[in-house]
Design a protein. Structure first.
Length: 359
């Protein structure tokens, strides 16, 4: 397992993180799993044995249940772990229990610390962009939590590019600690993060951490043109995420992933994780599992090494259309792109060349 310095910080985290959304899947999270304490204990121990030191949770998951189960699993090994949690979504009926306000964050952190049984959280995320709250308020309360020792670092999740830049810039300009990481959705089926979020994170000195790399069970290889999602799984039980833009392209992608997997004696989830792990500007991939077998399979993907031909097969199929101003920049000023952007410009250019007009 490789380790990265997380953004502009001294925090070293494993390339894979273990996500805990399946832990104690109650309070609306039954579709994600309903993992008992014994299995969760095993997963934490096995992940540590395999070199994973980063464990990701949120107060939203099972309305705190995930944090409770994780807290019990790490009771005698807290010093070995980097723990990240999140706040923002409403988990009770109180009108102020939502968003990125000072009152909500201060109440939320204390509840999470109690559930986790720890004095501090290493990395605390704002779970979504709250356009109803002054950015300065969110930045200040996160800095206050750092000063009080309740968190070490903070991050953001599911922000757009401009919101990410506004938050980071406002913090730096006011000599406050900016977020060191963003957690975003990114898969070979959904590559929109390449437009702005991935290069922006790198340019701003923020780590890019990927949540739900298998698309909430979408990219397991078990859903195909001829086979629907299995009962008892998230996709088979009406889980609303993710949004699929092009169903035909999704099915073509599954076919391609199965083809690549067969060449490596691997599974579709292993190919997806290997693809993500080696994509430009990706610092961390949050894996999760419903059972021990899935955990072993997902962690073993770290040994799968895709070839250049494998990457081309997946990338050419799922290439993004360059939206304005990207197509204009590729045509006219691609040599002036930053290094974090250039890695995507080649794919844009290739697609544009293949679609040249003959008027």
């Amino acid at each position: 397992m490789d380790y990265n310095l997380f953004g502009h910080s001294g925090l070293r985290v494993s390339k894979y993180a273990l996500g805990t959304i399946p832990f104690s899947g109650t309070n609306g999270f039954e579709k994600a799993a309903d993992m008992n304490q014994e299995t969760a204990n095993y997963m934490v121990d096995y992940a540590l044995e395999q070199g994973i030191n980063h464990f990701d949770t949120a107060n939203l998951y099972a309305k705190g249940g995930s944090e409770i189960v994780l807290g019990k699993a790490i009771k005698d090994k807290r010093h070995k772990l980097v723990i990240s949690s999140k706040t923002g979504f409403q988990i009770n009926d109180q009108p102020n229990d939502i968003g990125a306000t000072r009152s909500q964050i201060e109440a939320s952190i204390d509840a999470s610390l109690k559930r986790l049984g720890t004095d501090f959280i290493d990395l605390y995320y704002v779970h979504f962009w709250d356009g109803q709250v002054p950015v300065s308020e969110t930045i200040q309360v996160m800095n206050d939590l750092i000063r009080k020792g309740k968190i070490r670092y903070w991050g953001v999740s599911n922000y757009s590019g401009w919101a990410l830049a506004k938050t980071h810039t406002m913090a730096v300009e006011n000599k406050l600690i900016p977020p060191i990481s963003q957690q975003i959705y990114y898969t070979p089926e959904a590559r929109e993060a390449e437009y702005e979020l991935l290069p922006a994170g790198k340019e701003l000195g923020m780590a890019n951490s990927i949540w739900s790399p298998l698309g909430s069970g979408l990219l397991t290889g078990k859903i195909t043109r001829n086979k629907k999602a299995e009962p008892g799984t998230r996709q088979g039980e009406g889980w609303q995420e993710p949004y699929i833009k092009d169903l035909d392209l999704f099915y073509d992608l599954v076919d391609a992933l199965q083809d690549v997997a067969s060449k490596h004696n691997a599974t579709v989830p292993q190919v997806v994780l290997a693809w993500l792990r080696d994509r430009p500007n990706v610092d961390s991939v949050v894996i999760a599992a419903r059972n021990k077998e899935q955990l072993h399979e997902n962690i073993a993907s770290y040994k799968v090494k895709l070839t250049d031909d494998d990457f081309r097969q997946i990338n050419d199929l799922t290439a993004l259309e360059p939206l304005y101003p990207l197509w204009h920049r590729v045509m006219n000023t691609s040599d002036r792109a930053s290094n974090a952007e250039k890695v995507y410009f080649e794919d844009y250019h290739k697609l544009m060349e293949s679609k040249k007009r003959n008027l």
